[in-house]
Design a protein around this ligand. Structure first.
Ligand code: NAD
Length: 475
């Protein structure tokens, strides 16, 4: 007997409407491999209808006052607050995130970001005098938001909330693996009472719905989070249409522990950082750089910390690490572990072998690799799984060279005896954000990448500005 939901509708123009395209996407629970639901595989018909609705809504929404937008966004924020449990259970089911982490981060972070945009909307100077000009910050137009599965609601909120706050209507195309939390979000938008067409949801594949949305002539801004390879394609398509584009892409971030730092804390925090969300975090510190004199000590600390991560049922509050999102990711991560062994790395904990105690689900062993050199594939490419590579360095120049020696530049960490030393080293890193001595994540700070990690910034004031364009009046 079938026990899963079959959804045939998309949220377009203020209502749930039957998809105009054929085909569906099957959503699996990655911990059990059971089917959770099917959702429409939208295509040109759904994308056209959604973009047309957004275009019709654009002028009216763009003309709303700050107070009108604040009232609706407050209702949406309150909806996110009231739905924390449902968000948590949805993300546990479709992503396999452990329930504790899902509640704190997958449900909690979007709420914090939504709240931050209420404050920013109240404070933002939408009008500013510069010399003999008054500069107006106006909505940048119809936004296409294309999001991945790894922080599925956070990535939606980090695009949709600032876009709506800026006065832009949005068409969202969420990832194939995690459409259910996107549908939940659409329901909350509907319940908040936004005018028809201001927010639209089209589920579908990247190759069909995502590509159609990024290429649509009536889309003005494409905000994309995902892999660097797809980001490049999206930017090319957007470039042909002269659309503005914001890209949040992959990473291979380094955590550099300088001599004199609290080594045990730096290593323990790194292990927690890289195993969070089963290692499926774009900003994860996947490379731990330690002075060669402290190398074996660091490896031993990491091994001890890593052994505490026993993969298991994400619905169990004791579980610290769940499965990967799908079979493709599992193959990919195991392939990288095979490459590490073939290239001479040492497996300290974990490895590519399957977990016999977990026959169902896309589980991989949380892994610590030592004797990793900067040229190895695992030190250069984004693995997107719970794999920490530990690399030795000779001196600070060498550490900076290794840290900067990939195509990416999204995040990083620096640990030193004092903050001034850590900050001085952080200035040498080609990366978008650096946490010093374990500095906490700040949802108001700009988030985004240098080099192949992206274009533009999300979150805070900088995230709002991605959805504004400027008109100057001289008088
Ligand atoms: P992906 O690039 O395959 O997919 C991301 C989104 O793009 C999905 O919605 C997908 O359907 C869509 N898409 C795929 N092909 C498309 C196309 N041709 N045109 C338009 N849209 C298309 O990435 P993924 O596997 O879903 O996510 C993992 C990747 O995302 C990792 O590389 C990770 O580092 C990156 N990521 C980056 C950030 C960040 O903020 N920098 C955050 C999360 C994830």
């Amino acid at each position: 007997m079938q026990e899963y939901a079959e959804y045939g509708d998309q949220y377009i123009d203020g209502a749930w409407r039957p998809s105009g395209d054929s085909g569906s996407i099957t959503v699996l629970n990655p911990a059990t491999e059971q089917v959770l639901a099917t959702v429409p595989a939208g295509g040109a018909a759904d994308v056209d209808a959604a973009v047309a609705a957004a275009r019709r809504a654009a002028r009216g929404w763009g003309a709303t006052t700050r107070e009108e937008r604040t009232a609706l966004l407050t209702r949406l924020r309150d909806g996110l607050a009231a739905a924390q449990r449902e968000i948590t259970s949805t993300v546990v089911a479709e992503l396999g995130a452990p329930v504790g982490f899902a509640g704190a981060v997958h449900a909690g972070l979007p709420l914090a970001v939504a709240t931050s945009y209420l404050t920013l909307l109240a404070e933002h100077p939408f009008e500013e005098r510069i010399g003999n000009s008054v500069v107006l910050a106006e909505p940048a137009g119809v936004v296409a938001a294309i999001t991945p599965w790894n922080y599925p609601l956070h990535q939606i909120v980090a695009k949709v909330l600032p876009a709506l706050a800026a006065g832009c209507p949005v068409v969202l195309k969420p990832a194939e693996d995690t459409p259910l939390v996107a549908r939940l979000f659409a329901r909350l938008v509907h319940e908040a009472g936004f005018p028809a067409g201001v927010f639209n949801l089209v589920t579908g594949t990247g190759a069909v719905a995502g590509a159609a949305l990024a290429a649509h002539p009536e889309v003005d801004v494409v905000s994309f989070t995902g892999s660097t390879a797809v980001g490049r394609q999206v930017a090319e398509t957007a470039g042909r249409g002269l659309k503005r584009v914001a890209l949040e892409l992959g990473g291979k971030s380094a955590n550099v522990v300088l001599p004199g730092a609290d080594l045990a804390r730096a290593v323990n925090v790194n292990v927690a950082n890289v195993f969070a969300n089963s290692g499926q975090t774009c900003s994860a510190w996947t490379r731990l750089l330690v002075h060669r004199d402290q190398y074996e000590e660091a490896v031993a600390i990491a091994a001890k910390a890593a052994e505490k991560y026993v993969p298991g049922d994400p619905t169990d509050p004791q579980t610290r690490i769940g499965p990967l999102v799908n079979a493709k990711q599992l193959d990919r991560v195991r392939g990288y572990l095979d490459s590490a062994l073939a290239e001479g790395a040492r497996v300290v904990v974990g490895g590519p072998e399957p977990l016999p105690e977990l026959p169902a689900g896309f589980y991989v062993r949380p892994t610590v690799l030592a004797d990793v050199t900067p040229e190895m594939t695992v030190a250069q490419e984004e693995i997107f799984g719970p794999v920490l590579s530990i690399l030795p360095y000779r001196d600070e120049d060498h550490a900076a060279e290794i840290a900067n020696g990939t195509v990416y530049g999204l995040a990083g960490g620096v640990w030193a005896a004092d903050i001034d030393t850590a900050a001085a080293f952080a200035r040498r890193l080609d990366t978008g954000q650096v946490d010093l001595n374990g500095g906490r994540f700040n949802p108001l700070a700009p988030f985004g990448g240098y080099k192949s990690s992206g274009l533009g910034r999300e979150l805070g004031r900088h995230g709002l500005e991605e959805f504004l364009q400027y008109k100057s009046l001289q008088y």
